[in-house]
Every structure is written in C-alpha cells, then in structure tokens.
Design a protein around this ligand. Structure first.
Ligand code: 5GP
Ligand code: MG
Length: 169
C-alpha cells in the first residue's frame, strides 16, 4: 500500500486546525462529538490540541445507503450526554458521498444543539449524492477519489491502527 499522507503531515495539519477551532469557539459551551469508529485517532490527536473547556462524546451511526435523500441514519451507539443548549463540533473521518455527514448534522440539530459544525480528516474529491453534505466546516486534507486506509480508516475493519494514511489497492 502506497502512503498518501504521513503521520508527520497529519500532526502538522492538526496543529493548524486546532488553532482555528480554538479561536472559533472561545467562550462557547462546546461539545465535541466523535463518530465511531473511524474518527477515533484523528479526534484523539485533535482534541488534545484544542485549548478550550469542552465535553467529549461519541456517536456511532450508519446511513441507509439505499435511501440516501431520506435524511435517516441508524444510531448504533447513541450520545451519552445531552446536546441541548450546547454548540456541537462533529468530528468525522471522511466525506465521500456526504450522506453520513448531512444526516448526522441533521440528527444533532434535531437533538437540540445550538449549532452544529463539522470537522473531517479527509474530504474526498467525489461527486456528492443528492442530499449529501457538499463540504465540512473544517477539513484536514483533500484527497483524490481513491480508497484509503489507516489512521482510523479501515479496510474490512483492519488497518485503523496504522499511523499514516495509505491508498488501499
Ligand atoms: P459518505 O456517507 O460520505 O459516503 O460516507 C462516509 C463514510 O464512508 C465514512 O465514514 C467511511 O466509513 C466510508 N468511506 C468512504 N470513503 C472511504 C475510504 O476511502 N476509506 C475508508 N476506509 N472508508 C471510506
Ligand atoms: Mg465510517
């Protein structure tokens, strides 16, 4: 597997993102919601660089692939904390068709969050599906339309623990 983004490049980019996010959420009641399982390594590194008081929660969802514009998600692992009256930063692994992100943002808004913004590790240059999110509020890297694994991303559940991001082929 060919390395696309090294661990060092990831660490450097996370420093920049964390500074932007810290500046943006000054004085706000912030909850970081980490999507399981893919965003765990990214969120772990990013959250430790954000210099703000915050709650951290996790959410496990999957989109209904055959019903993309319905806005429905299946919640496999629910939030543990209430999001009412709080600003939510959703941390996800990758934006592909955009359905998962759009549906998860809608779910968090419906749950009563004051605001929902998204930060993804990877923004893949693909054609978004109808109803899919076109972009995230923050992204670490934009990548071509290839299947990647490592740093949280899996291929058949393996490779999530790799320190860099590789093109899986
Ligand atoms: P979307 O709803 O945007 O199409 O899908 C996002 C989800 O698809 C991600 O959370 C991830 O699980 C999966 N996905 C999309 N592209 C890739 C990829 O290149 N590698 C891996 N491992 N998962 C991907
Ligand atoms: Mg995923």
């Amino acid at each position: 597997m060919k390395t696309l983004i090294t661990a060092e490049e990831i660490a450097n980019r996370i420093e920049e993102l964390a500074r932007e996010i810290t500046a943006f959420y000054q004085g706000k009641a912030l909850t970081a919601v980490v999507t399981l399982n893919g965003a765990m390594p990214f969120a772990s590194d990013l959250l430790r660089k954000i210099r703000l008081p915050m709650y951290v929660d996790t959410l496990g969802v999957s989109s209904y692939v055959n019903n993309q514009s319905s806005g429905k998600i299946h919640v496999r692992s629910p939030l543990k904390l209430p999001v009412k009256e709080r600003h939510v930063l959703l941390i996800d692994d990758i934006l592909d068709t955009g359905c998962t992100l759009a549906n998860t943002v809608a779910y968090l808004k419906d749950s009563g969050a004051l605001s929902v913004r998204s930060c993804v590790l990877l923004d893949k240059e693909t054609k978004r599906s109808p109803g899919g999110a076109l972009s995230a509020d923050w992204y670490a890297f934009r990548i071509p339309d290839v299947y990647v694994a490592g740093y949280g991303l899996d291929a058949d559940e393996y490779y999530r623990n790799l320190p860099d991001i590789k093109i899986f082929s």
